[in-house]
Design a protein around this ligand. Structure first.
Ligand code: NDP
Length: 446
């Protein structure tokens, strides 16, 4: 039977014409599963696919708070509870001025496929606010987080909705939100992950997304017989994901040449030294400094106009934000003989850029596969909290490796080949889709 998935795409365009990021992910998903759906009658219930693309519920709230100068501030908060078929809603909060419903729906849908792909019992959600922590004092960040928690605490719960961090939300923000939630609820239920270790967080949660991405890369290089030692790697961003991707890449003997932030990119021919990395890790994650200051400190090339993709590399790992890598960047990377691109961020490559990579023999790995290490360790954190256990770093690391290996094999099983490589994007979308579809079918019309 021929199933027309274009109708679902057209319907989304008709209903949400202004939601650019959401429509981008809907189009990409439908395109990638089309071939599989046409060939497999079990997966041809269009109503389920339609429902999969529509969030269960959207919680939208006002956050009013008094800043340190006694002035009233106003922000908007959201939680998109996307899909509960595989477990409690799970996915981070993002605090950034660019946060809106289109961005959160795109992230929520991606999260539903990613969480499914891990094989773990995780539903999907995403949320956040247009608040920008980098513009406020430490005390104001706490005030805002408490006002946010005061509006949201009814909804977070270990069995129904377990948020975590994302852009602008790290251990500090999670700590303030979690603490205030516990105070209001008069309980301690582990309803957030990404917590500080002493508040019940998991060992290796901060490292997990970046490390997981490199475990995936290691497997990919091994499969094609390519040596990780000495491979040139360009990374964008210098937040949580980028810094730990850099750390693991350097541990594997790779030469990391770039990091960036919204102010520009730093380039080091031959790769950062251990001394440079030690400085930049503390400078960015602890002191919240700028990349330009890091470049100045070590007399490295810094550019406000260039992107990491302008420099030649074997592996490109975008770890900043959505749509940061366009078709023209993909062309430059291919010209410079880039072998693989692994997404540390969520949807950093535009659909045109992805198409160009696939057509030109670059092994392209979408974020729902390569950055799934973070949510996997969040699932381990939930398990530890439920059982009252504390796993060692070694145990978490070994489980993270196993999960990334599992995701890699799922991509290979469902992806087939394209231009000499596994079609990871088809594999990741299809494998995530299959598990979610089966659970939704099993649970009836909800
Ligand atoms: P952080 O806030 O810690 O870091 C984000 C980094 O990206 C910062 O260096 C920021 O620079 C930079 N950045 C943001 N916007 C831009 C831009 N427009 N141009 C250039 N640089 C930019 O976030 P995370 O590291 O946690 O998240 C990064 C990405 O990874 C996001 O897409 C997120 O959804 C994804 N992700 C994160 C996970 C996690 O565990 N944290 C899990 C899975 C995916 P500046 O400081 O100047 O803003």
């Amino acid at each position: 039977m021929k199933v027309d998935l274009r109708k679902i795409r057209d319907e989304a365009h008709g209903k949400y014409p202004d939601q650019r990021e959401y429509l981008q992910v809907v189009e990409s998903f439908l395109d990638k599963i089309d071939d599989f759906v046409q060939k497999n009658s079990e997966f041809q219930n269009v109503a389920i696919i339609r429902r999969m693309l529509e969030p269960d519920r959207i919680i939208d709230f006002r956050i009013s708070w008094l800043n340190g100068e006694g002035k009233e501030e106003l922000h908007r908060g959201y939680r998109v509870q996307f899909n509960r078929s595989l477990g409690p809603y799970k996915g981070g909060f993002r605090f950034h001025p660019s946060v809106n419903l289109s961005v959160l729906k795109f992230l929520g849908f991606e999260q539903s496929l990613k969480n499914s792909l891990t094989g773990l019992q995780l539903g999907a959600g995403k949320g956040g606010s247009d608040f920008n922590p980098s513009e406020y004092s430490e005390e104001d960040v706490m005030r805002f987080c408490q006002a946010f928690a005061a509006q949201f605490f009814h909804y977070s719960d270990i069995d129904s909705d377990v948020p975590a961090g994302d852009i602008g939300v790290g251990e500090r923000e999670i700590g303030y939100i979690f603490g205030f939630t516990n105070m209001l609820k008069r309980q301690f239920d582990g309803s957030y992950t990404g917590k500080n270790f002493y508040s019940g967080g998991s060992r290796l949660r901060p490292e997990s997304t970046g490390y997981g991405c490199l475990y995936f890369a290691e497997q990919l290089l091994k499969d094609v017989g390519y040596d990780a030692e000495g491979a040139k790697v360009n990374i964008s961003g210098s937040g949580n994901v980028a810094i730990f991707a850099c750390e693991k890449a350097m541990e594997l003997g790779m030469k990391v040449q770039t990091l960036s932030d919204s102010g520009g990119v730093v380039y080091c021919e031959g790769g950062f030294t251990k001394k440079m990395f030690k400085f930049v890790k503390e400078h960015k994650l602890k002191n919240r400094g700028r990349i330009e200051e890091f470049a100045k400190r070590f007399d490295l090339e810094f550019s406000e106009d260039k992107k990491p993709w302008d420099y030649s590399c074997k592996l490109a790992i975008p770890c900043a934000t959505q749509n940061e890598l366009e078709r023209s960047d993909a062309v430059t990377l291919v010209e410079n003989d880039c072998f693989a691109l692994l997404e540390g961020a969520n949807m950093p490559c535009t659909n045109d850029a992805v198409q160009y990579f696939l057509e030109n023999g670059v092994a392209y790995v979408p974020g729902k596969a390569s950055n799934a290490g973070g949510v996997s360790v969040s699932a381990f954190e939930m398990t530890q909290n439920r059982l009252g256990y504390k796993w060692t770093k070694e145990k978490v690391d070994s489980r993270l490796r196993k999960t990334m290996k599992y995701i890699y094999s799922e991509c290979s099983n469902y992806g087939g080949k394209i231009n000499g490589h596994t079609n990871f994007v088809k594999g990741a979308n299809t494998a995530g889709f299959v598990r979610l579809y089966r659970a939704m079918t099993n649970q009836g019309v909800l």
